[in-house]
Design a protein around this ligand. Structure first.
Ligand code: DMJ
Length: 441
């Protein structure tokens, strides 16, 4: 299932390979799309992630702490210079609040922690101030999905759960670093509004109306998107900030998910969709993005379930060397054959390896790495797949910016043993940003 252990090269060799592949992707971005959000590596063009005609230099912001960990100090300095000169926190752009928080607020925070450059923290604060109307103008405190950075106009009252509550870590840390409690207060208000709406089974729905506080669906889709990181940030907020309210909410909700949504009927652990009011099953689809949950379960104290869920995804990888975006877990048939260069599986490999030091996680993470390299590497970097079920795989034309924050960072951390990371206390956000544990000296 996991390859021959004897065939696994030594850690130093794998570290070198991972580093070189990261730089291959990085060079693809810097040589053709520098200063833009994302590179389209096949056509050699670029992509605006947040709004047409606007750039936040997203790949630059996403890469900061990865460059630091890999010792790429000159590139890191060049990125920080670009941000200090060009990053505009008040552009006339309607931005997706959730993405802006995990990618840009988190990226600037991690960049500040990696370099100590105060301007990054100031820009982060200014940028977050322009996001805050999404929270403060909501009658319930649940943030609207979009806000215009210049005008503060909000839109998008129908809010997927992950977008309601994937901010405790970034906002909590920003409050701590600035001494300004508004950010964490806004975050907590949103969590409270959602948690108050849990069912008598302690399950949550999938989307909620920010204006009325009512669910707009009758499904608990945990741990799939678009609810996934809501749970991740209850535990993460506790781990990073020590707020035991978040921990207690995490435990209550996780107990309910494990009780009502676990399905082992195929011999593997998967999570079915259910009606939150009754627990009645409503679906058997599983998104690749849910594979992060194996690591989260481990971190939250349910290591046996986390390890079992990881094995389920490892079995899926026996069939598809690169996971499809979606599966029906009863048959493992792909329901969405693409792959957006996803990082969730190695995220769990890293989390579970840190908890157990079991070499199984290194072997399976390395298998993920070689499959990505063999199938989705192109001369201009790496690209998304349109169909992972064909040989060769169908390829798209995008290197998502999160690739610079996540995929190979998890591998690098697993194999390098770098002194720049505190393996005991370090903590990463959902976007792979190291929000605690970067060692500068
Ligand atoms: C990333 O932006 C984050 O990991 C987020 O939590 C959801 N997924 C994407 C990458 O797949």
């Amino acid at each position: 299932m996991t390859g021959d252990p004897a065939a696994l090269p030594g850690d130093a060799h794998i570290t070198q390979q991972v580093h070189a592949e990261f730089l291959h992707g990085w060079h693809g971005y810097t040589s053709t799309a520098w200063g833009y959000d994302e590179v389209r590596p096949v056509s050699g063009t670029h992509n605006d992630f947040f709004a047409a005609g606007k750039t936040f230099g997203l790949s630059i912001v996403e890469a900061l702490d990865t460059l630091f960990l890999m010792g790429e100090d000159r590139e890191l300095a060049r990125c920080c210079d670009w941000i200090e000169q060009h990053f505009d926190p008040a552009q006339d752009a309607d931005v997706h609040v959730f993405e802006a928080v995990i990618r840009l607020v988190g990226g600037l925070l991690a960049g500040y922690l990696a370099t100590g450059r105060r301007k990054l923290l100031m820009l982060c604060r200014e940028f977050t101030d322009h996001l805050l109307p999404a929270f403060t103008s909501s009658p319930t405190g649940i943030p609207y999905t979009h806000v215009n950075l210049r005008t503060g106009a909000v839109s998008g009252p129908n809010v997927p759960l992950a977008e309601a509550g994937t901010n405790s870590m970034e906002f909590g840390l920003l409050s701590k670093l600035t001494g300004d409690s508004r950010y964490y207060d806004a975050s907590l208000r949103a969590y409270r509004a959602v948690i108050a709406k849990r069912s008598s089974l302690d399950l949550l729905g999938t989307s909620i109306d920010a204006e009325t506080g009512r669910w707009t669906d009758t499904d608990s889709t945990a741990p799939n998107p678009p609810v996934d990181s809501f749970y991740e940030y209850l535990w993460g907020g506790y781990a990073l900030l020590g707020d035991t309210r978040l921990r207690d909410w995490y435990r209550t909700l996780t107990r309910a998910i494990l009780r009502h949504q676990s399905d082992t009927s195929t011999g593997h652990l998967w999570f079915r969709q259910v009606d939150p009011a009754t627990g009645a099953p409503t679906g058997t689809s599983q998104s690749e993005l849910a594979s992060f949950y194996a690591g989260l379960l481990g971190k939250g104290g349910d290591l046996r379930d986390g390890a079992a869920y990881y094995r389920s995804w490892t079995a899926a990888l026996d069939r598809y060397p690169v996971l499809p975006e979606g599966l029906d877990y009863r048959t493992l048939e792909a329901t969405d054959k693409g792959n957006q260069l996803r990082p969730e599986y190695p995220n769990s490999s890293f989390d579970l390896w840190r908890l157990t030091h079991d070499a199984f996680y290194k072997r399976t993470a390395y298998r993920y790495f070689t499959a990505m390299r063999d199938n989705l590497r192109v001369p201009g970097g790496y690209t998304i797949a349109t169909d992972v079920t064909t040989t060769p795989m169908g390829r798209g034309d995008l290197l998502p910016a999160y690739w610079f924050a996540e995929n190979y960072k998890y591998l690098y951390l697993m194999f390098s043993g770098t002194r720049r990371f505190d393996y005991r206390n370090g903590y990463l956000s959902t976007e792979g940003k190291v929000l605690r544990g970067l060692r500068r000296s």
